[in-house]
Design a protein around this ligand. Structure first.
Ligand code: ADP
Ligand code: MG
Length: 753
């Protein structure tokens, strides 16, 4: 163990400073503070472009004072000092030489109440570093009562020649309103002088550091906090970024190794089983991808170590058949399979369609015992009537049910299986590592696991978020799949199109087809349907937009459509998550049977729902949905060889940032391109949310989308290290770092205790 890094801060920087750091940053150890890295660096001799400063967050910037004036306040006692600061950009642009003031680009008004020090120190021409929140009043930017520090006669700056000084980077730390970046910097400089960094244990193996020519840990800590030239912090940051990637990937490699070392029951294919019978009755031939993935799964299920596999494939690529074939192999071998869906509607749909697909090969509970020629398929959801639910649980526990389909209710403590051999998780983005583990715990021996996702995941995200799984991809759609045309319908510029949407719906219905209408809300005053753990940020999250607009709701739209002349006589029905489950199933059944022609719903139909006759998808207030949600939604149409159309309806003006998302969705049906686009809009924390990453600490220097090469290389190193030294006994510093990554709270507790 690296004792120095775990030492209490007060031992190195004194009680008072340590108390301040703990209060404002929550950091208590030497290692904690050394790892509090600057967010970025300013250059001492360069002014910060004011136009690039973000509004309403704690920022630090360097600027030159233009004017300073002080006056008495009118309404209360005291003075107001106004300082106009500039980034000098106005001169460069050759703008007319008028006195810069508030509202002129490249300038900022800084106001101080009773700012005696400001009045004395912020004299015209001086350069200073300011720290505070920039806000906007009309066109003018302003900064009120910031902390500041003069740069020209900074007594703490070591005497160096002026040229070198001008190029010196100034670290900017994530600051708080009470603790400025430079206070943090001072404390860390003190710490670097007092801490004993000579014998730091390095989580990076020596051969990796040698190969990559990384700085030693102690020097890297010094240079990331007190760089003399930009290359200093760049080299230090490269090292720590790699370290972060290696720690993360080693944690995942260790988890993969642990999972692989577990003993599972091999479920080998049998010659004359259900799977063979099923393949003979399939009305189509499998695509090349389905066959290849099927072969991989068949082989892995035949091993006595558990399969842990992620299957990615576009909406409609035919993942369900692949999963069903794997389930049948397991049933043939005497085991049970569970299929876990994110919503009740989807679970019910899977239940119906799997029984339909199996045809005579499936039985339900009423038809008696399990024969060798058929499998009992059982639905088990939280909202089933008590008696049916009890029967389903009994069938799962007794082994009568060969395939059990359900929602996360399957995770409940009361549900048990006779011999669970395979778990299939559909639409992974709703399930995290903990839930995967809860399911694995359902079997006496670890079951095989197949996770399916329709949201294509960029390679590095897969490596990080789903790093404990091996990956397969279905990259072609079954033949005969019709294209989907997507159009953005902007009601702001074309109010007349509102009526056109419904006459267009009527045309589809008259041609014998069906229509989905999706709304962001259920009723007038609610937030729509959100499943637990939903990862998708709303437009409001992304843009901080207020709830000013009246959004389309299922209730209001149904009311409106009942009086819509174009739809006179059309059977339509509402569907949303707050309805009684019996009503929900009845509505879905009626839509599936082509009795209901138009379904007005929330995103409950987002995933998996499979009605081939539906050809038109109308998404109202489409700007309220995320990119991958829209892509999933439109995948509901164009499934039965009939061309599909998706209308993304919005009341936002052209050029509104949220409309770019709609344009992106309309521009391509390539889910991979869209998911890249989508991830760019998300915060890193959403990608690596607690439940997804398997660890709780946020990444500091690593950006999953940006640092693909780093992550890939670290993954290789991690794989090699863990394979050679599974217990990490010869890599104790790495083992400690992994522990800290996985259990930061526990670590903090140990430090205090
Ligand atoms: P996913 O779950 O990947 O979105 P599904 O498994 O629901 O896709 O398949 C979509 C539709 O395509 C289903 O109706 C299914 O029966 C059909 N399908 C699957 N595989 C093929 C194939 N090889 N050829 C033709 N149709 C297929
Ligand atoms: Mg599916």
């Amino acid at each position: 163990m690296t004792a120095e890094l775990h030492l209490g801060l007060e031992r190195r920087i004194g009680k008072r400073s340590a108390a301040v750091i703990e209060k404002h940053l929550g950091i208590t150890t030497v290692g904690g503070l050394l790892n509090y890295f600057p967010r970025r660096y300013l250059t001492r001799g360069e002014l910060t472009p004011i136009s690039e400063v973000p509004l309403d967050e704690e920022i630090t910037l360097i600027a030159r004072v233009v004017t300073t004036s002080t006056r008495a306040m009118r309404a209360r006692r005291g003075t107001l000092t106004d300082v106009i600061i500039t980034d000098d950009s106005a001169q460069d642009s050759g703008a007319p030489a008028r006195l810069p003031g508030a509202g002129i680009p490249g300038t900022l008004k800084v106001s101080f109440f009773n700012g005696h020090r400001a009045k004395a120190e912020l004299l015209p021409g001086r350069r200073a570093m300011f720290s505070g929140k920039v806000t906007r009043f009309g066109r003018a930017l302003s900064l009120t009562n910031p902390d500041f520090q003069l740069l020209d006669e900074d007594p703490d700056t070591p005497a160096t020649d002026p040229e070198k000084l001008a190029g010196m980077p100034i670290p900017v730390y994530p600051a708080t309103a009470k603790l400025t970046s430079w206070s943090i910097q001072k404390v860390i400089s003190t710490l670097l002088d007092t801490a004993d960094l000579d014998d730091l244990d390095d989580p990076l193996p020596a051969e990796v550091s040698a190969r990559e020519k990384f700085l030693p840990a102690a020097e890297a800590y010094r240079l990331i906090h007190v760089p003399e030239v930009p290359a200093d912090w760049q080299r230090a940051r490269d090292r720590f970024r790699y370290q972060e990637a290696l720690v993360l990937q080693s944690a995942l490699a260790r988890r993969r190794a642990q999972l692989a070392a577990e003993e599972a029951t091999a479920r080998r294919p049998v010659a004359d089983g259900l799977l063979n019978a099923f393949d003979r009755q399939l009305p189509f031939t499998l695509t090349a991808g389905q066959s290849a993935v099927g072969k991989t799964l068949a082989e892995e299920l035949s091993q006595d170590s558990p399969m842990n596999r992620l299957l990615q494939g576009e909406v409609g690529s035919g993942k369900t058949i692949v999963a069903l074939r794997a389930m049948l192999q397991v049933v043939d071998a005497g085991g049970q399979a569970a299929l876990l869906a994110p919503t009740e509607v989807l679970a019910a749909q899977h239940f119906e369609s799997i029984r339909r697909t199996l045809g005579p090969l499936s039985r339900d509970g009423l038809l008696g015992g399990l024969g060798p020629d058929a499998v009992q398929v059982t639905l088990l959801t939280g909202s089933m009537p008590a008696a049916a639910r009890k029967q389903a649980m009994l069938d799962a526990a007794s082994g009568t049910a060969g395939i059990v389909i359900g929602t996360h209710a399957l995770l409940g403590d009361t549900v048990s299986f006779y011999d669970l051999g395979l778990i299939v998780v559909d639409e992974q983005h709703r399930f995290g590592v903990e839930q995967r583990d809860a399911l694995r715990a359902k079997a006496s021996k670890p079951p095989h696991l197949l996770v399916m996702t329709a949201t294509p995941i960029p390679r590095t995200v897969a490596m990080t978020v789903f790093g404990d799984l091996e990956t397969s991809i279905l990259d072609e759609l079954p033949a005969g799949r019709a294209p989907i045309a997507t159009h953005v319908v902007g009601l702001a510029e074309n109010p007349g199109w509102a009526g056109r949407i419904w006459s267009r719906s009527r045309e589809e219905i008259d041609a014998g087809h069906q229509v989905y209408v999706v709304c962001p809300k259920i009723g007038e005053d609610d937030d729509g349907d959100f499943s637990p753990g939903e990862a998708e940020p709303s437009a409001a999250d992304l843009e901080g937009e207020g709830p000013a607009r009246e959004l389309a709701s299922v209730t209001a739209v149904v009311e409106h459509l009942q009086d819509e002349p174009a739809l006179a006589g059309v059977p339509l029905a509402p569907l949303h998550g707050r309805q009684d489950p019996v009503l929900k199933s009845a509505t879905m059944a009626s839509f599936t049977a082509n009795e209901t022609k138009l379904l007005v719903s929330t995103t409950v139909i987002e995933v998996g729902v499979d009605v081939h006759n539906a050809t038109l998808m109308v998404i109202l207030d489409a700007d309220r949905f995320g990119i991958s949600q829209l892509h999933q939604l439109r995948g509901r149409v164009g499934r039965g060889g009939l061309p599909g159309t998706c209308l993304l309806v919005t009341t936002l003006e052209t050029g509104h940032p949220s409309r770019r998302r709609l344009d992106a969705v309309a521009a391509t049906t390539d889910g991979f391109v869209l998911s890249q686009e989508d991830l760019k809009l998300r915060r890193e924390g959403d990608i690596l949310g607690a439940s997804q990453s398997g660890g709780r600490s946020a990444l500091k220097l690593l950006r999953v989308l940006e640092h693909e090469a780093v992550i890939a290389k670290a993954r290789q190193d991690a794989q090699r290290i863990v394979a050679a030294d599974p217990g990490l006994v010869d890599h104790s510093a790495l083992a400690v770092a992994i522990e800290e990554y996985l259990n930061p709270e526990k670590e903090a507790f140990l430090e205090r205790g």
